[in-house]
Design a protein around this ligand. Structure first.
Ligand code: SF4
Length: 371
């Protein structure tokens, strides 16, 4: 199949592993930002192909995983209200809140629907004018334009029974926050190609220079990831700190101007709490005041006011995993108390979660007990 097989070519993969091995002279720690890249690395065993000097650590680029538990609890409350149709991407349904998840609400009779695009929610709102339709708007810069388009079209068409529970987050502030930590071990990043397809990569250059890290905008197939690592090692070995683009088949330095314009029209930058990590300033997007009509937190302010403070399981170390300090199998609950059937944290059930990748693609019975 053109455009996929060529990025999964075993001979080419071996060639890159050889190049990396010949280039490397000392240990390096590289973080892949995106959970999609984590899944590719674990699924294809890329970390096990690399020379032992390279440590790959998994970043916070799973939007479902970083959505704060307080917002999950808000989603559960809204979804359980009568007269509400609650729309969400599929992998949010199993994410545990303080007590239950959206799937439990659905099983108890709540009208919870899986959608593939925010625009599906708009259509549902058009078709159900007597219902309140709520979309759980979760995602990085990649998915934000589609959310912005749903709000824009609702506004143009005067549709008022749609609202959004917004948890959009931004990558560059999260990278800066990670790098600012005195415990940070990251020396190079594989940045997320799809995010940069929308936003470009100019914002990453000052980060590379300020924190003396090398950043490679990287795709998601095995050859993409190996190429990204190779470019990163080449530059780190020569003491260069910059940002370069491996994902040239999709990313341009300035990104997609029209998508950025639409995001700017609908959203403004706000502080955002990241699950397991805490608040990161200027790391989120919230609806501009002109579009506050579509803000589900405001629309359902009264029922949400009865929520008790959220509580996450103490045992879950997802925050430490997403900052690169630990791996999923370092978690005492991995594969025992916490499984895809009984998740304690979002990374075990999100399609981009690191714990889900280790559970799915590694022999989790062997991993259990390695901490
Ligand atoms: S295995 Fe479960 S409890 Fe442990 S970090 Fe992952 S999601 Fe959290």
């Amino acid at each position: 199949m053109k455009f996929v097989d060529e990025y999964r070519n075993a001979d080419l993969a071996q060639k890159y592993v050889q190049e990396i091995t010949q280039t490397i002279t000392r240990p390096w720690t590289i973080m892949e930002i995106c959970g999609g890249q984590t899944h590719s690395i674990v699924k294809y065993g890329i970390d096990r192909l690399l020379p032992p000097e390279i440590t790959l650590i998994h970043g916070p680029g799973c939007p479902v995983c970083v959505t704060p538990i307080e917002l999950i609890d808000c989603a559960l409350k809204i979804a359980s209200l009568p007269n509400v149709i609650f729309c969400s991407f599929g992998d949010m349904l199993r994410v545990p809140g303080s007590e239950k998840d959206l799937l439990t609400i659905k099983a108890s009779g709540g009208d919870v629907r899986i959608v593939y695009s925010p625009l599906d929610s708009l259509k549902i709102a058009q078709e159900n004018p007597d219902k309140e339709v709520v979309f759980f708007a979760v995602g990085f810069e990649t998915t934000t334009p589609a959310t912005a388009m749903a709000v824009y079209q609702a506004d143009q068409q005067g549709i008022e029974n749609l609202s959004l529970l917004v948890s959009h987050v931004l990558v560059p502030p999260a990278m800066s926050a990670l790098l600012s930590s005195p415990n940070c071990v990251v020396q190079g990043f594989l940045a997320a190609g799809h995010v940069c397809t929308v936003m470009g990569y100019e914002a990453y250059k000052p980060i590379a220079q300020k924190y003396k890290v090398h950043i490679v905008i990287t795709g998601f197939e095995p050859i993409d990831v190996l190429q990204g690592i190779y470019h990163c090692i080449q530059q780190l070995e020569t003491g260069k700190y910059d940002c370069e683009n491996q994902y040239i088949r999709s990313v341009k330095s300035q990104g997609n101007f029209l998508a950025q314009q639409l995001i700017q029209e609908i959203f403004e930058v706000v502080p955002r709490r990241w699950r397991g990590i805490g608040e990161i300033r200027e790391s989120g997007l919230g609806l501009r005041p002109e579009y506050s009509l579509y803000d589900a937190l405001k629309r359902f302010e009264s029922p949400l006011s009865s929520l008790t403070p959220s509580t996450a399981p103490q045992v879950c170390i997802s925050g430490e995993i997403m900052q690169g300090y630990k791996k999923p199998n370092d978690c005492p609950a991995f594969g025992t108390q916490c499984t895809p059937e009984n998740p304690l944290g979002a990374p075990m059930v999100s399609s981009e979660g690191a714990c889900a990748a280790y559970y799915r693609y590694r022999n989790h019975r062997q991993l259990v007990g390695q901490y």
